[in-house]
Write a new protein. Sequence first.
Length: 199
Amino acid sequence: MTANQAEKSILITGASTGIGRASAITLLEAGFQVFACVRNQRAAGALRASLPAAVADRLSTLELDVTSPEQIRAAVTAVEQAVGDRGLWGLFNNAGIAVNGPLECVPIDALRRQLEINVIGQVAVTQAFLPLLCKARGRILTTGSIAGFSGTAAGLGAVILTFWTGWVVDHFSWTSIAQRTLKMYEELLHEQGRAFTVG
């Protein structure tokens, strides 16, 4: 760990499990201050319990549902109080869910929720933290699914054909809609980020 890293703070959404959790642990071990956004206090406790004592003091957990404006505002306030004028060096937009299924079976409410979390939620979190990111000339990383490159479940290793009243509907990966939208958002953010002095 360098003194420079110890002064840098990174916020990770979706840090309860998977890539977000592994990233939080890796960044803590590398010496960064990490704000891990988790679903609930149980997830926060599980993350903290898995850490070596030497890095646990650099972890702050925040309960954050990226679709909740109130929780986003509370997270910004908590991070701002902790980092002060140093700002936020990194934002890792990792929160997301997958909704898959044949066209005739996917509930619209489930698809709407996926877009709220995977696209709108990431935009909302990024907007909220931009002032702190600008202070540190920070950077933004957004993760998504391989489904953004494939309109069918083939990209996920499975092709399912649904036979319905004599015709075939290819199993469409609804995750790809959110991920392709997210990809376009990332490209836009990259271009506009220059105006905000965000790397």
